[in-house]
Design a protein around this ligand. Sequence first.
Ligand code: HEM
Length: 376
Amino acid sequence: SPTVPFRGQHQAGIVTPAQDRLHFATFDVQTTSRAELIELLKTWTVMAERMTAGHEATPDGAIGGEQYAPPTDTGEALDLHASKLTLTIGFGPSLFTRADGTDRFGLAARKPAALVDLPKFTGDALEPARCGGDIAVQACADDPQVAVHAIRNLARAGFGVVSVRWSQLGFGRTSSTSTSQVTPRNLLGFKDGTRNIKAEDRDLVDKFVWVDRGDDQGWMAGGSYLVTRRIRMLIEPWDRTTLHEQERVIGRTKGTGAPMGGREEFDELDLQSAGPSGPLVEADAHVRLASAEELGGIQIMRRGYNFTDGSDGFGHLDAGLFFIAYCRDPITQFVPMQNNLARNDALNEYIKHVGSGVFAVPPGVDAQSYWGSTLF
Ligand code: HEM
């Protein structure tokens, strides 16, 4: 079964072609000991490398150990393959300084200027229990059980040092991050990821995804910033909306994903021309408001997933898009983009942002180092 290399210049799971499944978790650090935190990051690194290679989290962990001790691997991935598992770690603003100013681990001076809590956007309906976290781990794989096993075993090993703050499962990618992939569909039924940055666009990836040595904090060179938004879709109103309105809201056709006025998915997005009753792509269409053309050239790399977490007790599906984006600087890329969408997007009638997070994703680990070693 295919594996994705764990070590390298950049962490895996960013420009890696987006796998089908997600388990994303954030953790709060319980200990106040810097040494204990570093020790856990070292342990996690060894476990993560093993699991991404298709091994148990620990040698002989599930059944080969002491009869009278709890197994050190939980076992549910024993007969499964690596399934392209990637594990990607990020550090939230609260790891560096808490809201009350406390610097638990002596990291305040190392906090990147780009790592600040996101501002409140128009229409935000954030639930604190789905926001933030000191540490985030993104597990992506083509098998959901493999992704869940990975997060579960990291949480298990972290017992007493960290605790899970919130987590999110995703069951289908809503983006393509490589030209080798076909564009999937989100739960609105539209192709999503057509005009995303693709791994093969090396210049765009360098410009918009990877942090450069001179950007900010040196320890972030080769890293990136991860923004998550749990976006609930108001599925029932959407499902009562006409096809014409749905396409007008997005600015693309539902069948092929072609932009308005175009015939095929990858035809050029024409933001200039007029159609029979106004601009081809309307002023409040999602793709117009999110486009680089409207935003002074800004782009981000999207890597989100569909979710359905049962129903909400009021007869509605709790479904939507768990938005994940990677960018070189959230303040100059994600924030202005989301501001434009939050204020003007026709899609806002059908969605609600209920969760949020921003994390500094350190560079990849080389043969000697561990997750986050450049920070400590
Ligand atoms: C494009 C759906 C939220 C940024 C698109 C497209 C769809 C879509 C169908 C067209 C295909 C494509 O080019 O990928 C959605 C849905 C959302 C959502 C259903 C929420 C539930 C967001 C958010 C952002 C964003 C929160 C960023 C703040 C973009 C960008 C594009 C795009 C940058 C490409 C625009 C272009 O240059 O053509 N989205 N989107 N989207 N979306 Fe979203």
